[in-house]
Design a protein around this ligand. Structure first.
Ligand code: B12
Ligand code: SF4
Length: 481
């Protein structure tokens, strides 16, 4: 009998995995939740008869003895882990005879760059193309289907062009395919995640997600989503877990309203009990029926893409929001008993010194339960990249795209921008706000806020350590500070 095709999937870390006491309270330093995308692809490969396994540097080291004799090695990269992904690809090419394939958001948006490190880049979502790839390898044919990119013998870039996004996205990721995931699943900083829809009808200038997944919203059947939720929760049920939580990781869960309602009803009917969180735009705050359903389904929090504080920035980056609408929306969401977390971007062209303090004041005024604060980053393929590609630090060191300053903004230096991120974080996660959270919030949110204070202290320490180096940078030619 012919041996099954051996396929190994690698998820690079921004920083590779390292056991550390920090892992117990800092969610993204040396451990993180493995992404569901690559696990979905491994599940599809396994279902097609391949011997498939995933190594995620979010939770373990890579066992090279198992990887290097594979037939195909697939590496998935976002921007923040692209440098490490290329490093892994180069290592594999030097030490293995496997076909090396790169894919994921960053590789798809920067195929010329990624093609230098792999035999092939697979563009877009891989749910269907992975099967075409494995079929070609099994038949010992050269892959030839839409959505491929590579460098030919002369080093010239070749591509078969983009590929239509898959319509059937209902494969439930088999998390047991990830090496050591089960052992790590008890960490409170690792959250069960389910991705229930893809695509967003909006067009914000800084958003790479919409360039990768497209404007057409594609959804999974509600009962399929519920089954995934059930499996994700069961998989993470481990001794030591303090919180029964789940993150619906969709970028715009409410984009297809009728579908969102049917998913929430299906969750309610299933009797599943856990604290859910999901990302949301401000519009949901004006939809009382939806907010009612969210509460009944067990949602405790909405993570809102607030992004900016000024109406000039919303207009400049084509984010269809205003500060007034956001404030009104947050008030109504709070009236329904849900917490609101703010997702913010600093470094817009209109922003200047002092914006960090303003952000912290906004979080206090709106009583946000937490915040993710990031300096703007610039992914090839986005309008902000085109407008700023000559203003990037170090010609685009992708590994810094974790919230650090990566460009020369119009009205600040990179060091000043990084200081504003530090100020904002220190203000949102101040001692006063901690006391307020301990006094007023439900116990889950007391615990979360405490954990997030520790996490943000570690983020600020990293940002501060870079300030002397950032201060020494000179602005692009023709500009003075
Ligand atoms: C869940 C999530 C997390 C989780 C898990 C991350 C993970 N490992 O995936 C956690 C909480 C850990 C996380 C952390 C961060 N995240 Co995050 N996260 C997400 C989120 C919301 C969903 C990811 C997901 O499940 N996607 C759905 C699946 C189906 O898509 P996928 O993984 O891309 O996989 C598909 C395709 O891309 C393709 N594919 C993928 N790999 C491969 C490989 C091959 C070979 C092939 C053929 C195809 C292929 O096929 C897959 C199936 O269709 C995304 C937004 C998004 N929509 O992706 C942001 C996102 C990935 N995060 C982002 C960021 C910035 C971060 C942080 C830096 C935030 C911060 N400041 O701390 C950190 C980084 C942590 C670190 N230091 O390493 C950005 C990345 C931007 C970029 N250009 O890289 C995103 C895109 C959000 C955004 N709005 O911009 N994140
Ligand atoms: S609404 Fe969110 S997901 Fe949609 S384009 Fe804007 S930032 Fe991207």
């Amino acid at each position: 009998m012919e041996r099954a095709l051996k396929v190994r999937f690698l998820e690079p870390g921004n920083r590779p995995y390292r056991p550390s006491p920090l892992n117990f309270f800092v969610y993204d330093r040396t451990i993180r939740t493995p992404g569901t995308g690559l696990i979905t692809l491994a599940t599809i490969a396994r279902n097609s008869g391949a011997d498939a396994r995933v190594y995620s540097e979010s939770i373990s080291r890579i066992v090279w003895e198992d990887v290097l004799d594979a037939d195909v090695i697939c590496i998935g990269v976002f921007t923040f882990n692209a440098e490490r992904g290329y490093e892994l690809a180069a290592y594999v090419r030097a030490h293995s005879r496997a076909l090396v394939v790169l894919g994921g958001l960053h590789a798809s948006l920067s195929p010329q760059e990624a093609a230098q490190y792999a035999d092939f880049v697979l563009l877009g979502e891989g749910d269907e193309s992975i099967l075409d790839l494995l079929a070609a390898v099994r038949a010992r044919r050269r892959p030839d289907f839409p959505g491929l990119a590579w460098l030919d013998e002369s080093g010239a870039f070749q591509t078969t062009g983009p590929r239509c996004p898959p319509l059937d996205i209902s494969t439930i990721p088999d998390r047991s395919l990830v090496y050591r995931y089960r052992e790590m699943a008890g960490h409170n900083t690792i959250w069960p995640q389910v991705h229930a829809s893809r695509g967003c009808p909006h067009n914000c200038d800084y958003c790479a997600v919409v360039r990768h997944f497209g404007h057409r919203v594609r959804t999974r059947p509600p009962e399929n989503v519920v089954e995934d939720i059930r499996q994700a929760l069961a998989f993470h049920e481990r001794p030591g877990r303090l919180l029964r939580v789940l993150w619906l990781t969709d970028d715009n869960f409410f984009a297809d309203r009728a579908w969102a309602v049917s998913v929430l009803r299906a969750i309610i009917d299933s009797g599943i009990r856990c604290a859910f969180t999901v990302q949301a735009r401000f519009e949901v705050g004006f939809d009382d029926e939806m907010l009612e359903l969210l509460s009944r389904a067990g949602f405790t929090e909405l993570a809102m893409g607030v992004e900016f504080l000024e109406d000039e920035s919303f207009a400049r980056y084509h984010k269809q929001s205003t500060r007034g609408k956001i404030v009104e929306s947050i008030r109504n969401i709070r009236r329904h008993g849900l917490q609101v977390r703010g997702l913010f971007i600093l470094g817009a062209d209109d922003q200047e010194k002092g914006v960090g303090k303003k952000l912290a004041a906004f979080a206090a005024e709106q009583d946000l339960c937490g915040a993710l604060i990031q300096a703007m980053y610039f992914v090839p393929g986005t309008p902000v990249y085109e407008a700023n590609k000559d203003r990037l630090l170090r010609g685009g060191d992708w590994s810094r795209c974790t919230g650090k300053a990566v460009h020369f903004p119009q009205k600040m230096t990179p060091a000043q921008l990084q200081r504003e991120v530090i100020e904002a974080s220190a203000g949102v996660y101040s001692f006063r706000r901690l006391l307020h959270a301990l006094r007023t919030r439900p116990w889950t949110y007391k615990l979360l806020f405490l954990g997030e204070c520790l996490w943000q202290a570690s983020v600020r320490a990293d940002l501060r350590a870079e300030l002397p180096e950032l201060t020494s940078l000179t602005p692009p030619a023709g500009e003075t500070e």
